[in-house]
Ligand binder design. Structure first.
Ligand code: PEP
Ligand code: MN
Length: 378
């Protein structure tokens, strides 16, 4: 499915600031006090490389009795920090009241949080409230790995006339202990960018990592995947922050991280580079053909097995055999530099296709019978 959105490129967003990639949005997870907002923002601006200031005003917390945001008064603090630094400001809106208050205070850009993107009713209400309002809106991915839901939110806003739209990738909830607070599942934002090439794609490494020590690596990865920018949470005393204390960094550390990013270009005009790349890509294309050829052959054998099982009245699946395959292939994969996760995913896909082929041959006679009885009855 491909959708056409009417989008304005981010460098035409007209935000009174020169946006240079990576476009960096930074500021505290939550506005807490007037001084904290002002100091965080001025120290961030002093670092250079920050293009927009953020602060959460109304906080969607997982559990009650946590700090749920300072409320509307924080809008004034953030706006003042924007004025002091000459930078546009952005806040999260989750309902119509938030939208009205943010617009009333002249907030420059809005964003929709992950817990709101999951709810089409909420997104539609926000979109309706924004009809006729010319403001940029960034949409975080929903908490669950559902690309159509993320795209649906962007479509709702676009249909309400918002053309300055951006997407923020903040990772996806996972059950149990993982290295990340929210798993990145990079293939989802990559697919979003493939379907909507014009959408500015910002990575939020803070909410992906949930911790400071891997923030730099995730930011670099986003840059290497050609994201357009980063949203990084920053606090003057991160460990004392009223929300997301583990993942925030001081403005100085944020500046250092940005300076340490290696900038790689998605394109080159160097002829030698282009020729070498072309050669290597030809090799990849050839290997891919071989892979598909071999997979085709594998399925032919699967069908042969299917026919044989059928004539002996044996089920398609033998759980023990399947368990043996997936374990042994993962072991071989490791010796070829392939991760266990990759080999398991690959074999799950191969197995699914193999079952499809065996099911087809198992039911061949039934299908013939059905076709014959349809002709006889017609
Ligand atoms: C936030 O940016 O502080 C926030 C609440 O993020 P998310 O919607 O990604 O959880
Ligand atoms: Mn946060």
């Amino acid at each position: 499915m491909s959708v056409e959105l009417n989008l304005l490129p981010i460098n035409e967003w007209d935000l009174d600031v020169t946006l240079q990639e990576p476009i960096v949005i930074s500021g505290p997870c939550s506005a807490e006090t007037e001084e904290q907002v002002m100091e965080t923002c001025t120290r961030l601006a002093a670092q250079g490389g920050v293009h927009m200031l953020r602060a959460g005003i109304w906080k969607p917390r997982t559990r009650p009795n946590c700090f749920e945001g300072i409320g509307s008064v924080g809008l004034k603090w953030l706006k003042a920090a924007g004025k002091e630094t000459g930078l546009p400001v952005t806040v999260e809106v989750a309902n119509v009241k938030h939208v009205y208050e943010a617009l009333r205070m002249g907030i420059d850009v809005l964003w929709i949080g992950a817990r709101t993107t999951v709810n089409p009713f909420a997104v539609q209400e926000i979109a309706d409230a924004l009809k006729g309002v010319d403001i940029p809106v960034m949409v975080k991915n929903p908490v669950n790995p559902d690309l159509p839901l993320w795209m649906g939110a962007l479509e709702r806003l676009n249909q309400a006339g918002i053309t300055r739209l951006g997407a923020i990738h903040r990772g996806f909830s996972a059950y149990g202990e993982t290295k990340y607070r929210n798993k990145p599942e990079w293939e989802i934002p990559i697919e979003l960018k493939r379907r909507l090439p014009k959408i500015p794609l910002i990575c939020d490494p803070s909410h992906i990592c949930g911790r400071r020590d891997i923030l730099q690596a995730v930011s670099q990865k986003a840059m290497d995947l050609d994201f357009d920018g980063l949203m990084i949470e920053s606090h003057i005393t991160p460990s004392k922050a009223l929300s997301d204390a583990k993942q925030q960094v001081t403005p100085e550390r944020c500046g250092e991280m940005l300076r340490d990013l290696v900038h790689r270009s998605p394109e080159s005009s160097n002829e030698l580079f282009l020729e070498t790349l072309e050669d290597l890509r030809e090799k990849i294309d050839g290997i891919d053909l071989e892979v598909l050829e071999v997979l085709g052959k594998r399925m032919e054998v699967s069908e042969e097995i299917g026919r044989y099982k059928k004539s002996n009245n044996i089920t398609i699946l033998q759980a023990a055999r399947w368990d043996k395959i997936i374990n042994s292939r993962a072991k071989v994969g490791l010796t070829r530099g392939l991760t266990q996760e990759f080999v398991e995913d690959l074999y799950n896909a191969i197995h699914k296709e193999s079952i499809r082929h065996q099911t087809k041959v198992m039911n061949e006679a039934n299908a013939e019978k059905e076709a014959a009885s349809k002709t006889a009855n017609s």
